[in-house]
Design a protein around this ligand. Structure first.
Ligand code: HMG
Ligand code: MG
Length: 301
């Protein structure tokens, strides 16, 4: 076994739940976060300080975040929160968040639908947010959406992704996630994009955020890993999706990724059995099929 390791950002409480229309009780979200922590996950995107008009499921964001913070007090656990605008940033400050996630699309169509503004306007918004965050000693991370394809504009040019990544790093984000929002990309696309990005972006500044609509996400993670990326976003039971990217499925299931890496001797710091149990628990709680292939198979054993 090798001594290599990867860093996982569990995005299920935010990306995983934002697309679910039935109201989920706050208490269930908190039990979910508690269980995720119990698996060894140390980076958990807890919620989004977004308008309930845009994302109704996360209307209890303040309560969820406050309780999660209380739950993790004294432990080395990072709880990033997504913020779409300055109002969300103010809420993040009031809530004592120590890391915020800002986002922008590489394509104009999704930018309009998801954030009601152009890519340039979204970047200026993010820049203002990151400036305030850094003044307050809050870390900032960026995510680029539609790295391969946009549900409104079609294929994305690698140069458009490079532009957004570059801007996020210039404004002070410590890392940038590469979001295949619609989940259509293949390892060949990862190769083409990373060849362009890595001409100027240090590989440790990048993370993979692959949705799994076409079942390509694990292959995309392996391809990214082979090209040097060591940070990945994923979601237990494959939960996730964006209400403004119709038809897009969840993020890569954390169970599938941990299974792959552990079998390659790559450390994840996660207890796979507990992760599988958590994936089963949340699927039953939400009354939906478990979207993790490895999770469902291991649970059936
Ligand atoms: P807008 O309508 O242009 O903004 O939307 P606005 O400033 O006019 O605000 C509209 C209303 O929302 C106002 O209320 C505001 O006060 C309120 P009204 O006056 O109508 O009563 N409001 C808020 N309330 C609470 N918290 C806030 C907040 N902000 C405004 N923070 C805006 C612009 C950016 C706000 C909107 O487009 C928006 O929130 N978009 C975000 C949508 C979203 O969260 N999408 C999912 C996350 S992104 C994603 O999933 C992709 C990712 O996973 C990566 C990938 O997979 O690619 C990250
Ligand atoms: Mg996403």
């Amino acid at each position: 076994p090798g001594t290599d390791s990867v860093k996982i950002l569990e995005v299920s409480p935010r990306d995983g739940l934002q697309n679910i229309s039935n109201p989920i009780p706050t208490s269930a979200k908190l039990e979910f976060i508690h269980r995720l922590i119990g698996t060894g996950l140390r980076n958990i995107e807890t919620t989004s300080f977004v308008s309930p008009k845009w994302i109704p499921q996360l209307a209890d964001n303040k309560q969820v975040f406050a309780s999660a913070l209380e739950m993790t007090r004294g432990q080395d656990i990072n709880l990033p929160v997504l913020v779409p605008n300055m109002k969300g940033m103010e809420q993040a400050i009031e809530s004592q968040a120590s890391e915020v996630v800002v986002f922008a699309s590489a394509s104009e169509g999704f930018s309009r639908e998801n954030t009601n503004c152009s890519v340039e306007e979204a970047l200026l918004r993010a820049e203002a947010i990151v400036k305030v965050a850094l003044q307050k000693g809050i870390r900032a991370r960026g995510v680029v959406s539609c790295i391969f394809n946009c549900p409104y504009d079609g294929p994305t040019k690698p140069g458009a992704v490079l532009n957004v990544v570059r801007r996020f790093l210039e404004m002070g984000c410590y890392k940038v996630g590469l979001g295949d929002t619609v989940g259509v990309g293949t390892p060949n696309d990862v190769d083409s994009l990373l060849r362009v990005l890595l001409t100027e972006i240090p590989v440790e500044k990048l993370a993979g955020h692959f949705h799994d609509t076409y079942g390509q996400a694990i292959s995309n993670v392996i391809k990214s890993y082979d090209m040097g990326i060591r940070s990945f976003d994923s979601s237990v039971a494959g939960l996730g999706g964006c209400p403004y990217a119709k038809g897009a499925k969840g993020n890569l299931a954390t169970e599938d990724m941990v299974y792959t890496f552990e079998r390659a001797g790559v450390q994840t710091g996660i207890d796979l059995a507990k992760l599988v149990e958590t994936g089963e628990w949340i699927s039953k709680t939400l009354n939906i099929p478990n979207g993790s292939r490895a999770g469902a198979a291991l649970a059936a054993k």
